[in-house]
Write a protein that binds this ligand. Structure first.
Ligand code: PEP
Length: 253
């Protein structure tokens, strides 16, 4: 059975002290909820990875990174290797977030390499895909998202793709307060799963978690999460508020 996941993407927010306070609040409020049937992941800025990993300790909450280099080691000033994350026992990394695509020029070719290094380092990638508003309006969103999935993932073996989580994040819904309707989310998730099935077979596609991201909040989470092909959420803004984030985790039940 595929894993239910709620992951917070803190982006470039919080001081170290604020990050520790937010983490303790989330830990206290989730109690036994996290880790039972839903995996809860906090994807935090690089400088906080070590201290927050120590803080969550053996609790059910996991810590993830928001990016990593396509290179293993070497003269790449300012970059962070998947192997460094592995050495720190950080199990998850977000790859291909639309902000990385938009502001840092990341494309499918580069993301395929990042996925490869992450897999080689035994990390689970949360691979983001999603269309901008102009593409949605032109009606070619399914085509674009299928292409994004193909470019970054279709070179993987069936065993490898099972270690990838896909996050569908329509760009027009990220940080805008404008969520996709449950129907829009379900439709695209079904398209993605069918596309994965066309390459890897239905049984493999059934095992891959597909998260929805884009202005998820405590009010809309439950409706989104009840869609049959929505296996959880990647949450930006609402993951910075402990009460809101924990209510989203609880909506996954
Ligand atoms: C995100 O950045 O991954 C995201 C979904 O952001 P928000 O929830 O703020 O739309």
């Amino acid at each position: 059975m595929r894993q239910k996941i709620v992951a917070g993407n803190w982006k470039m927010n919080k001081t170290e002290e604020e990050a520790q306070i937010l983490t303790s609040e989330i830990m206290a409020m989730t109690g036994d909820e996290a880790g039972t049937s839903t995996t809860v992941i906090l994807c935090v800025p690089f400088p906080f990875l070590g201290s927050l990993r120590n803080q969550v300790g053996n609790s059910p909450i996991k810590i993830g990174a928001q990016n990593c280099s396509e290179h293993q080691w070497g003269a790449y000033t300012g970059e962070v290797s998947a192997w460094m994350l592995k050495s720190m026992k950080i199990p998850y990394v977000i790859l291909g977030h639309s902000e990385r695509r938009q502001y840092f020029g990341e494309d499918g070719k580069l993301l395929a390499k990042k996925i490869d290094t992450s897999l080689a380092a035994d990390l689970i990638s949360i691979f983001c895909c999603g269309e901008p508003l102009s593409v949605r309006e032109a009606g070619t969103h399914e085509q674009l998202v299928k292409q994004q999935v193909e470019e970054a993932l279709f070179h993987l073996s069936a065993e490898q793709i099972k270690k990838v989580v896909v996050a569908y994040e329509p760009v027009w819904a990220i940080g805008t307060g404008k969520t996709a309707t449950a129907q829009q989310a379900q439709d695209m998730h079904a398209v993605i799963r069918k596309h994965l099935a066309s390459k890897y077979g239905g049984a493999v596609a059934e095992e891959i978690s597909i998260l929805y991201g884009g202005s998820v909040n405590a009010k809309n989470a439950q409706e989104l999460f009840t869609c049959p092909d929505v296996d959880g959420g990647l949450v930006g803004g609402a993951s910075l508020k402990s009460r809101e984030f924990v209510d989203i985790v609880k909506a996954m039940k």
